[in-house]
Design a binder for this molecule. Sequence first.
Ligand SMILES: Cc1cc2nc3c(=O)[nH]c(=O)nc-3n(C[C@H](O)[C@H](O)[C@H](O)COP(=O)(O)O)c2cc1C
Length: 355
Amino acid sequence: MDIVTIKKIIQAALLGCTPDNSTVFRYAITPLTTNQPTIKIFYNSEKVAGKSFPKDDPAIYLALGCALYNIKACCKELSLEVSVDIATKENNSDLLALISLSKLPPEKEEISSTIQVIKKRHTDRGAYHKKISEKDKQAIQDITTRSTRNSTLLFESKDKSSLIKLIQKASEIRFQVKEIHALLKNSLQFDNSQPDGLHINTLALPPGGKYFLKFISKWDNLALINKIGGYKLLASQETALLKNSPCLLILRGKGSQLDFISSGEELCHVWTSLNNAGYSVHPYYVIPDILHRLDMKTLPSKHHVQAEHLLFEGAALLEKDKEFVYMILRIGKTKKSAIRSTRPDIESILSIEDH
Ligand SMILES: Cc1cc2nc3c(=O)[nH]c(=O)nc-3n(C[C@H](O)[C@H](O)[C@H](O)COP(=O)(O)O)c2cc1C
């Protein structure tokens, strides 16, 4: 196995989803002369600590699952056996996962067809057609059943409207929490000086939205407009898109570190499959994020009652059989192709270990 192939595998991992398109991972490979190469995935603390989600946050585990899914897909095409060791939550280094590749000589060095499939996965934050055909509904249903163990698909229904109201409430909380606002502020990119982060062109903003976003990216400004209910307006803008989309998917799990990671793999599987079948996907992480912060006691106490209400009112939809909601996906057929996020250069996140 040569360095070019290994780099292609890591490039595929980089194409996975990460919260706010932040460069949350860095990669290391052992010398390829060992004949049994390993890829290590680290939390990129130098780049994102204090600026994105912490190392042991479910958001990081979901993103790790997505990177692993892409690595495994490439290895499958190369007929390489992979074994993955996940670093325990308690380890205090930045190591998240170690992937050992088999000694088997790859049957083919080209992984272009898998990469083409992986490349199609992307976030589409634009408007979708409200109605889809029965054939499309069936296709979405088939894809989600095939690629997820534990999910609920909601087409137009009372449950879908209830879920949208819950997302609205969670979003209202989010726009009032300085710490969450700081994550958005840290990742927002208004020009092309950075290859990562959340570029405003990928946000499908209404006219003037860019200037408004720039204005509220300063916490003091957001805090000011919040006094007259700005957070409600911002949240309802987000939910308008949900109301006008044909379906939502809720992904759930048991809440352990390993389960978050394997659900991240499923998230990537369902998302990649939907995009490759011509359906658009837009993830909403606001409910799991608020509930996780409530659980970890990192949500400011003045929002506890609102967050507990959210949980109480949404109990039937959000927590089923002692399982928690991990992610909600808006799915549909887009009206306009999405502007894609870019990624940093592989050399900036890859090192070769000499032992
Ligand atoms: C854990 C997690 C949470 C995310 N939450 C949201 C979200 O609430 N809203 C959103 O628009 N995108 C969300 N995303 C999508 C990322 O912003 C997106 O994957 C990233 O910007 C890279 O873009 P791409 O998916 O087009 O490759 C989330 C991604 C992950 C992994």
